[in-house]
Unconditional design. Structure first.
Lengths: 314, 224, 499
């Protein structure tokens, strides 16, 4: 009965909490550089969060328990998901239950409650944000599952740790099914985490908002938790992608000494992915809402093609 | 390059060909279509060259160069010139909406997989698994011709169909004998010139390249 | 069943190779020559002369084959046997008479300003190229080259259909191009599959595509692959034959181009596509040993007959009506080839011959009739007997021939096919009779007002080409009354080879 897996688990959660804002800060910094503005620095998200924690919560009179409960729930699911996804190592105590479907379900719970919270107060923007978010979710979920299934077909399991393990031991260098699934995953990640071209996270025009509209009414520590959770969601999606498609560097089962190396790899990969995200965000424009069907349809198409090419070509 | 790696690269290029076929299916801008068609030709010629290298069939090199010059350079160039001369700038209308077209495309891929099953079982080539992809490319080209309303896209669909056939020949049999390949290439070239001439005729007579305009024979005919 | 092809192994006699060379070379060279001189005064005469030379060569080759049996030439690239040489003679003959007809017809079109200089050159050049492509299609031994020649034949006529540049003509040519292009692409896939099956047995390279080789080993070709290949080949070449439901391009294409082109498209190209189909069927039959391919052909044939017959009732344009009649007759021939057996095959071969002759004769008269009235609508064409007896009587005899009235040749072929159907596939007989009957009624109903009655005021007199019509109709009549011995023998040999 080793205590090391638990330590690694704890370490992972701490890193998740600590580094998610830094990742967002990195992405924003790069964006500013690309657009020729001066950035607010890598640690600005931390300052934002601490500022929000210090402020008072302003609640509407008709806010129900859902409104107050949601930020904690969202935060909790993000932390829990962080405990499941192998960020540093596959050697996690939760590994047997760690299923990609569980992760999808966790994010779905978070989204469901956020949508409810958006409608809770009864403002127009909140409802609008909720309905848009749900539309995107209804299109993105099948595609996400299809992309995950393709990976699990290749690796014969839906457990993430198992997937990473198989990728390590096998020669899955140029499999077209994985390539398709990866492309699909990128598109879906953009949709789920609310980045351009699906949703502009930096917009202040309410009518163009999707995610922001749902959390318009939040303030103080509630807002801090929700913001932190969305940062963690982006971080986790990137980690999910890396674990499923490019897991080299993650410490294998039973080796504790590889963890610092895994940490270094992780930071490097995060940096690279940040650059990728910024390139996509700067290069593309935000799509009109009804074009999203095509976008997510294309994601679904790619994921299905990946699955089909698994049967046809592999 | 050993057989295993070659098979993997072959599969990968086949997947890319299929991806470009789907890309053409959902693409609305005409220049985008031409570029995707050029990419498809490029992947195809690369695939042919690799198969020729691994299977030691030298006539495939000639086929590869032929495909490269014809489908990656010459035909896209002709199409570019035509579109420029005819001043076609619009987006393309589709008969069925895009997500539906994509779903039908996926169904066609599954169908062609089943269709080519007997051939796949009998084949001993390293390229046998790509026959289904080739058939799917043919069907997607056909779908493109049916669901588009613009003459240029119908032709590009037709050319994509030819690409698929060429790919099928390489997958099933390491390419047809050279005389046949040359003849087919010649036919494609003549067809290219003919449709070029056609576009001008259509444009002069109908003032647009929307094939919906060319429905007169249907009405003039006694309730066909 | 596979080795019944007694191919002559002795060295090829000089005259056969020369005739083959002339047969293929003259149209090709003629095409090039006419590309430059096609708009001169003597261009139609060059056209006729070239076609005549081709016909003479064809006849010579036919005599050789008749006397000495099937032969290979050009290091196995060409294969001449009773089946294709007969079609080659027919093709070159009808091309010759069409060239004669085209002289008068195109002159009139020139005078009315419907065709300009460049287009005349183009027309003449493509006419000869088309003949070349058809003959290559018939005489080649290589299944791949068969495909290439078929495609070439289509491509050379596409722009001819749109020669008049009217909206309807362009639309017809576009449909022709696209639908036939798609169809023939399917046929290419079928050919690839055929090559795939052949490669296993015959090894790689051009040898595996030679029809004689394929026929020799057809027993050892994979049945599943060949069945799949046949489906694609059926769809592909069937589109070019004009079988329903792949026939949409046919009425448009055959009615919109200049009449000589309609005549050769209806009379010749359909035959050649059917030839390609039948050659493939022989291979498939040898491999699968079932009647599967024949059943498919029968099904498509009957469908074409019925659909075309009922469509005939609703036509208003004269050339369109006769195009549907072509679909119907091709359906009959396909049905007969599918049925198989000596009588049906004999009937089918005879049918291809007489249909070609009669249909092209009809198109000749129709061409002149529409020129006289400057329209193709049947409502407006009247009084042909009085206006121009040759055209009137020619049309009447032509239609009587094509509906199967004795003593014309088509009656004989349809009768033979009907006999064979009653014997071998009795359940199909009522359908066949229904189709034939409806077509009979539909065509005769239209014929009556056109040939009789007063001459309408807008009818213009004109010089018509006498020879082609009279020649064709005489031949059809003769064949109906009495099939010459050599023809009988010829068909029997061909039918034997196609079992």
């Amino acid at each position: 009965m080793s205590v090391i897996p638990y330590l690694i688990e704890l370490l992972q959660v701490i890193i998740l909490l600590a580094l998610a804002p830094a990742f967002i800060g990195w992405v924003r910094m790069l964006k500013c550089w690309m657009q020729g503005r001066s950035s607010a620095g890598l640690f600005q998200p931390y300052r934002d969060l601490s500022k929000l924690f210090a402020k008072d919560v302003v609640l509407a009179e008709n806010a129900s328990w859902i409104f107050r409960f949601t930020p904690y729930l969202v935060f909790g699911t993000a932390v829990l998901a962080g405990g499941i996804i192998p960020i540093l190592s596959v050697d996690l105590p939760l590994a047997p239950t760690a299923d990609v479907i569980v992760i999808v379900a966790l994010f779905a719970i978070a989204r469901f409650f956020t949508a409810l919270a958006g409608m809770d107060i009864g403002t127009a923007f909140g409802g609008m944000g909720s309905s848009r978010e749900m539309m995107i979710a209804s299109l993105a979920e099948p595609a996400m599952l299809m992309a995950i299934f393709t990976v699990s077909l290749t690796n014969k399991s839906t457990s993430l740790s198992q997937i990473v393990h198989v990728i390590y031991s096998g020669q899955t260098l140029l499999r077209p099914s994985l390539a398709f699934a990866f492309l699909a995953f990128v598109l879906i990640a953009l949709a789920e985490t609310g980045r351009i071209p699906v949703d502009n996270p930096a917009t202040h025009l309410e009518l163009t908002m999707v995610h922001e509209a749902m959390i318009l009414e939040y303030s103080g520590r509630h807002l801090a938790l929700v913001e932190w959770a969305s940062m963690m969601k982006l971080f986790l999606f990137v980690m999910l992608g890396i674990a499923a498609y490019a897991p080299w560097g993650i410490a294998a089962r039973g080796s504790f000494t590889a963890v610092p190396l895994a940490l270094a790899f992780m930071i490097f990969k995060l940096g690279a992915v940040g650059v990728g995200i910024v390139l996509i965000e700067t290069g593309l424009a935000k799509m009109r809402l009804f074009r999203l069907t095509e976008f997510l349809g294309a994601a679904f198409l790619l994921a299905t093609l990946g699955m089909l090419s698994f049967f046809i070509l592999d | 390059m050993d057989l295993q790696t070659a098979a993997q690269i072959n599969s990968f290029l086949a997947a890319l060909v299929l991806l470009t076929a789907f890309g053409m299916l959902v693409q609305k801008r005409i220049y985008g279509l031409i570029h995707l068609f050029a990419w498809q030709g490029l992947f195809l010629s690369m695939n042919t060259a690799i198969v020729g290298f691994v299977a030691d069939k030298h006539h495939l090199y000639i086929s590869s160069v032929l495909t490269l010059s014809l489908k990656v350079v010459l035909l896209p160039y002709i199409l570019h010139v035509l579109i420029h001369r005819l001043k076609i700038h619009k987006e393309v209308e589709t008969v069925v909406n895009i997500p539906m077209t994509m779903l039908i495309g996926i169904a066609l891929v599954i169908f062609s997989y089943h269709l080519t099953a007997p051939v796949r079982e009998l084949s001993t080539l390293i390229t046998r698994s790509t026959l289904a992809i080739a058939m799917a490319t043919v069907m997607i080209g056909l779908l493109m011709m049916i669901t588009r309303k613009h003459a240029v896209t119908q032709i590009i669909g037709f050319l994509a169909l030819e690409n698929g056939l060429f790919f099928a020949a390489t997958s099933a049999t390491y390419g047809m004998p050279l005389v046949v390949e040359l003849g087919v290439a010649l036919d494609v070239l003549i067809a290219a010139f003919i449709f070029g001439i056609f576009f001008f005729h259509i444009h002069t007579t109908f003032d647009s390249l929307d094939v919906e305009q060319m429905a007169r024979l249907k009405e003039a005919d006694s309730d066909e | 069943m596979s080795n019944r092809w007694p191919v002559s192994r002795r060295p090829i006699p000089m005259n056969s190779s020369i005739m083959l060379l002339v047969l293929l070379g003259v149209p090709l060279i003629g095409s090039v020559v006419l590309a430059f001189t096609g708009d001169r005064k003597f261009a139609p005469e060059i056209n006729i002369a070239g076609s005549a030379a081709t016909f003479a060569a064809g006849l010579g080759l036919a005599v050789e084959v008749y006397l000495q049996g099937p032969m290979l030439a050009g290091s196995k690239f060409f294969f001449v046997d009773a089946f294709n040489v007969y079609l080659a003679v027919l093709t070159s003959f009808v091309s010759m008479t069409t060239a004669i007809f085209s002289r008068r017809y195109m002159r009139s079109e020139r005078e009315h300003g419907r065709v300009g200089h460049r287009r005349m050159r183009f027309y003449h050049a493509m006419f000869q190229l088309f003949i070349f492509a058809m003959l290559l299609c018939l005489l080649t031994n290589n299944v791949g080259v068969l495909w290439i020649a078929m495609e070439l034949a289509t491509l050379s006529t596409v722009l001819l259909v749109s020669l008049y540049r009217t909206p309807t003509a362009i639309e017809a040519a576009w449909k022709y191009f696209i639908l036939c292009g798609v169809g023939i692409a399917q046929a290419l896939f079928g050919t690839v599959l055929l090559y795939f099956a052949a490669e296993k047995v015959l090894g790689e390279g051009g040898e595996a595509l030679l029809w004689t080789n394929l026929n020799g080993v057809s027993g050892s070709l994979e049945p599943t692959v060949l069945s799949l290949a046949f489906v694609f080949l059926m769809v592909g070449y069937g589109t070019k034959v004009g079988l329903v439901p792949l026939h949409n391009w046919l009425p448009d294409a055959h009615s919109e181009g200049p009449t000589p082109i309609s005549a050769v498209l209806s009379g010749l190209l359909l035959n050649i596509a059917l030839y390609a189909l039948v050659r493939c069927k022989v291979l498939v039959d040898g491999s699968t040993h079932t009647h599967h391919a024949g059943d498919i052909m029968m099904g498509f044939g009957i469908l074409s007959i019925l659909a075309a017959a009922f469509s005939l009732l609703r036509q208003k344009d004269i050339k369109r009506m006769f195009s549907y009649s072509s679909i119907e007759h091709m359906g009959i021939a396909t049905f007969a080839f599918g049925l198989g057996g000596p009588i049906a095959t004999f009937g089918a071969l005879l049918h291809m011959l007489v249909h070609s002759l009669a249909k092209s004769a009809i198109f000749f008269t129709v061409g002149h009739a529409s020129q006289m009235h400057r329209t193709q609508e049947m409502e407006k064409i009247k009084g042909l007997f009085r206006g121009n007896p040759l055209v009137g009587w020619g049309l009447m005899f032509g239609v009587l021939a094509i509906v199967g009235m004795p003593p014309f040749g088509i009656f004989t072929s349809e009768f033979l096919i009907l006999t064979a159907t009653i014997k071998d596939a009795p359940l199909w007989t009522p359908l066949l009779l229904l189709g034939l009957g409806v077509a009979f009624a539909a065509l005769l109903r239209r014929l009556q007002p056109m040939v009789s009655g007063e001459v309408p005021p807008n009818q213009q007199p004109m010089k018509v080409a006498h020879v082609p019509v009279m020649l064709h109709m005489t031949l059809v009549l003769i064949i109906g009354l009495y099939i010459p011995a050599f023809l009988n023998q010829w068909f029997h040999t061909a039918a034997e080879l196609l079992k």
